[in-house]
Design a protein around this ligand. Structure first.
Ligand code: MN3
Length: 199
């Protein structure tokens, strides 16, 4: 059985960039529902119940027909949100350093160009989905987007940083202004955690 992980900070820790009410509903209702529905699906398969979340997300298409869609949507929802919360912290203005910084320069030219390309990808996601900084099989960094709760692992990319652009992630504070939410989100990215993930 999977459990809803506790946030590593309080609901209001990311104010004013991400408001407390949004955090409370996003984690306490949306993420909680993904966990509950994932567990409900796993109840039907002892084999899949024994797997780690990364394995479920990467291989859901091999699961029995009756739970495949639930594993894709709710397994993805649980994995994606867990990574999302861990990738945030109260604003600190810290930028990537060390190996990750070098890899960003190699792949995108410099941090500002990376930020611009990532932002453009996130703004351009049609409907609900995610933008990701990932590592390709070759070891190179790549920016990709996924619809709904799909995850880079399914396509062979390792996720380093994910941005939730579902309306539930920003609508209370930003309404339809997704670009403003994305601009604000850059202030609360936890680059220490993302760097550790890359290393
Ligand atoms: Mn979400």
């Amino acid at each position: 059985m999977f459990e809803l992980p506790k946030l590593p900070y309080s609901f209001d820790a990311l104010e004013p960039y991400i408001d407390a009410k949004t955090m409370e509903i996003h984690q306490g209702k949306h993420h909680a529902a993904y966990v509950a529905k994932l567990n409900e699906a796993l109840d039907k398969s002892a084999e899949w119940e024994a797997k780690k979340i990364e394995e479920i997300v990467a291989n859901y298409d091999k699961a029995p027909e009756e739970i495949k869609t639930a594993l894709r949507n709710h397994g993805g929802g649980h994995f994606n949100h867990t990574l999302f919360w861990e990738s945030l912290r109260p604003a600190g203005g810290v930028r990537p350093s060390g190996k990750l910084q070098l890899a960003i320069v190699e792949a995108f030219g410099d941090f500002d160009k990376f930020k611009e390309t990532f932002t453009k990808s996130a703004v351009g996601v049609f409907g609900s989905g995610w933008a990701w900084l990932t590592v390709e099989a070759s070891g190179k960094l790549a920016i990709i987007t996924t619809p709904n709760q799909d995850n880079p692992l399914t396509r062979g990319f390792k996720p380093l940083l994910g941005l939730d652009v579902w309306e539930h992630a920003y609508y209370l504070k930003y309404q339809n202004r997704r670009p403003e939410y994305i601009d604000a989100w850059w202030n609360v990215v936890n680059w220490e955690t993302v760097s550790e993930r890359f290393n």
